[in-house]
Design a binder for this molecule. Structure first.
Ligand SMILES: Nc1nc2c([nH]c(=O)n2[C@H]2C[C@H](O)[C@@H](COP(=O)(O)OP(=O)(O)OP(=O)(O)O)O2)c(=O)[nH]1
Length: 314
């Protein structure tokens, strides 16, 4: 998508209103608007002088009669339609007051990210629906440190507790041991419908039954296009890497280290403030990594992260 310098960008806020069962609300665009009949997230244009949060509150009150109580910033994406270029600021709304009713006679529907039953959805929203399929916790294996049996027991345990995405990151394991270990992890993960990504090795990922690849930051910077590899994630530590991952349109990135970690002893930690500044208005889902535990998920999400990645915390 090319946007000329003179293009006017329309600022839009949109709410992913998420119920406790994980379903989110879509609304059908009414007659008389561009793309009428298409399904979208409730929201609309930001008015002059309005903050994003204020605009979101106003739109949700106008369209659904609800009082928004909690919203986390999430992803921001630019999309060019023939009628306008829009910058879509997506928020995740998890707490509200009052029932939701279609005040503008629009049709409403609660949908599961894994099984969208309504169509068509606005074209800009396809990557958003894909991002909603990503779980909030991303576990990274450490079988070399723990021992293979202990690592597999821990993984099985975490899968039972709801873990749905795992990165196999065993840089010191022999190819043969890695093959056996990966097979065991993939078998367990797939039994729960969980995804497995292999760190750094697309060929190996294809040879196994893995769901994708997780690229290191140096591998990311060497890529000139998104590989056809299933799920593609990458590790990032600075603006340049974030920018490159966004250009390649990867599925997600992991930004680290938020806090000092045993696995990367020399790397300077970002801290939450810098973490939040780096991902402000970012277009891909972001996992925070580095010295985090499950209890840090809410903080990460309040600052715009999709979730957290953990080596030791699972
Ligand atoms: N609300 C919303 N708009 C979206 C989504 N995805 C997407 O591309 N858009 C685009 C479509 C429109 O070009 C623009 C929103 O403009 P709109 O016309 O619906 O805004 P509005 O409700 O403030 O309408 P109006 O007052 O101008 O009638 O953003 C989405 O998920 N939700």
């Amino acid at each position: 998508m090319v946007i000329s310098d003179s293009a006017v960008i329309v600022e839009v806020v949109a709410a992913i209103i998420i119920r406790s069962d994980g379903r989110f609300l879509l609304a059908r665009r009414p007659e008389g608007k561009p793309y009428s009949g298409y399904w979208e997230f409730p929201g609309g244009k930001v008015e002059a002088g309005e903050s994003l949060l204020h605009a979101l509150k106003r739109e949700l009150q106008e369209e659904l009669g609800m009082q928004m109580l909690h919203a986390d910033p999430w992803m921001t994406r630019i999309f060019t339609y023939t009628h306008a270029t829009v910058r879509l600021h997506f928020f995740r709304v998890t707490d509200w007051h009052g029932g939701l009713w279609a005040r503008e006679n629009q049709r409403l529907s609660w949908q599961s990210p894994h099984d969208i039953e309504v169509e068509p959805v606005l074209p800009a929203n396809a990557p958003i629906i894909q991002a909603l399929q990503l779980p909030s916790i991303y576990a990274i294996t450490q079988a070399t440190a723990l021992g293979i049996d202990a690592a597999l027991t821990r993984i099985e345990d975490a899968l039972q507790r709801g873990l749905r995405m795992i990165q196999i990151r065993e840089k010191e394991m022999s190819r043969e041991a890695l093959r056996t270990f990966s097979g065991e992890v993939i078998k367990r993960a797939h039994a729960y419908g969980a995804k497995v990504l292999i760190n750094g090795d697309g060929v190996f990922s294809r040879e196994t039954d893995a769901d994708g690849v997780h690229f290191s930051s140096s591998q990311l910077m060497a890529l000139s296009c998104r590989p056809e590899q299933g799920l593609c994630g990458a590790s990032c530590h600075n603006t340049e890497e974030l920018h490159h991952a966004a250009q390649l349109n990867l599925d997600f990135i992991v930004l680290s280290p938020v806090f000092p970690t045993l696995s990367h002893p020399g790397s300077p930690a970002l801290g939450w403030q810098k973490f939040a500044a780096l991902i402000r208005d970012y277009s891909l889902p972001v996992y925070a990594l580095g010295g985090l535990r499950q209890e840090d998920l809410a903080t990460a999400q309040e600052l715009g992260a999709h979730g957290i990645a953990m080596m030791r915390g699972t």
